[in-house]
Design a protein around this ligand. Structure first.
Ligand code: DX5
Ligand code: ZN
Length: 223
């Protein structure tokens, strides 16, 4: 097992054949579960019942990415449904510190997500508390968008901040990741790479996960 983790996003899976698609990614490190509420994002996806169905269908840990307004009020729904890791948006959270520490007390890995327009400097007062920082490399709402190049500079800033504070949260990047750019993103400091369309729209999702793991780990060794 390498250090780089691949998290296929079920946003791009076939909802009519979810169990079959989850079986194809049994070799992945996390299942990335994109919750959109039609308010924080203009799109609406799935909630706790589907999360429970995912938990019944796979042993791969679930990484729930909550693109919802007021996550402070609803994180327990996802913890109760079995999410192993929960990330909430900085832009949507009023009581971020309380929400993250609450999840940790429940035994759930807790993280904060930043939209492309949000500077990493907003993490200065919370970085020592978080288990995960997720940098969005697309604007949240849809799969299949192009990677925003400015994410690379944000990764460097985030790594420098972590070093200053003497902490090493998992660093996750979400949006537009494929075999073409994974090496660059890993070299800039990412540990967990979300890939939706690159995995589920490929001919062979299992092989695509293995390829991303291989390319990611090779890049980590070169970094
Ligand atoms: C976007 C979601 C992503 C999305 C990534 O709002 O948070 O997780 O599924 O999809 P790709 O990999 O296709 O950009
Ligand atoms: Zn996501």
């Amino acid at each position: 097992m390498g250090t780089i983790k691949i998290a296929p996003s079920v946003l791009s899976a076939d909802m009519a054949n979810l169990k079959g698609d989850l079986d194809k990614i049994a070799g992945a490190d996390y299942v990335h579960f994109d919750v959109m509420d039609g308010h924080f994002t203009g799109n609406l996806t799935f909630g706790v019942d589907i999360l429970k169905a995912v938990k019944r269908s796979t042993d791969v840990p679930v990484d729930a990415h909550l693109m919802v307004s007021n996550p402070d009020e609803t994180v327990d729904w996802y913890a109760d449904a079995g999410a192993d890791m929960i990330t909430v948006h900085y832009e949507a959270s009023t009581h971020l510190h309380r929400t993250l520490t609450h999840l940790q007390q429940r035994g759930v890995k807790a993280g904060v997500v930043l939209n492309p327009a949000t500077s990493v400097c907003v993490l200065e007062s919370i970085i020592e508390v978080v288990d995960i920082v997720l940098l969005m490399s697309v604007n949240p709402g849809f799969g299949g968008q192009s990677f925003i190049p400015g994410t690379i500079a944000k990764l460097h800033e985030l790594k420098a901040m972590c070093e200053r504070h003497g902490v090493s949260p998992l660093i996750e990047v979400d949006g537009g990741i494929s075999s073409k750019n994974i090496a660059e993103v890993v070299k800039a400091g990412a540990d967990v790479l979300v890939a939706g369309s690159a995995v589920f729209k490929s001919e062979d999702p299992a092989a695509e996960v293995a390829l991303l793991q291989k390319l990611g780990n090779e890049a980590a060794q070169e970094a």
